[in-house]
Ligand binder design. Sequence first.
Ligand code: 5GP
Ligand code: ZN
Length: 114
Amino acid sequence: MNDCLFCKIGAGQIKSDVVYEDQRVMAFRDLTPKAPVHILIIPKKHIERVSAVTEPDFGIFADLHRAAQHVAKSQNVFESGFRLITNNGKDAGQTVNHLHYHLLGGKAMTWSPV
Ligand code: 5GP
Ligand code: ZN
């Protein structure tokens, strides 16, 4: 087993507040939520970031977005709206080097990423 935090969460070796899980994807509450709904959606396979995905693994994006729809519905933001963000690398402020989407919602958000 590698030393990756989200690999360990995905394998159930570190506890998290799981809101969705299937064979390839897990979704759990962010430890320090930035919105009333703040869920992290990860592949169970270790892939570092969007830019590290290669041809055999592109299906993971379908899996992650399918999971995002499930989560948005279960968290009651499917109709009201939600934001899906993935930070890719240093300039984007990625702090955990395992591909993940943030699903944020539950309030009206502003848009000022810089
Ligand atoms: P990034 O900054 O890489 O885009 O997002 C990493 C996210 O992981 C942050 O929002 C941070 O709060 C969250 N996080 C870091 N460590 C843990 C943890 O141990 N458990 C959970 N549930 N979230 C974590
Ligand atoms: Zn990992």
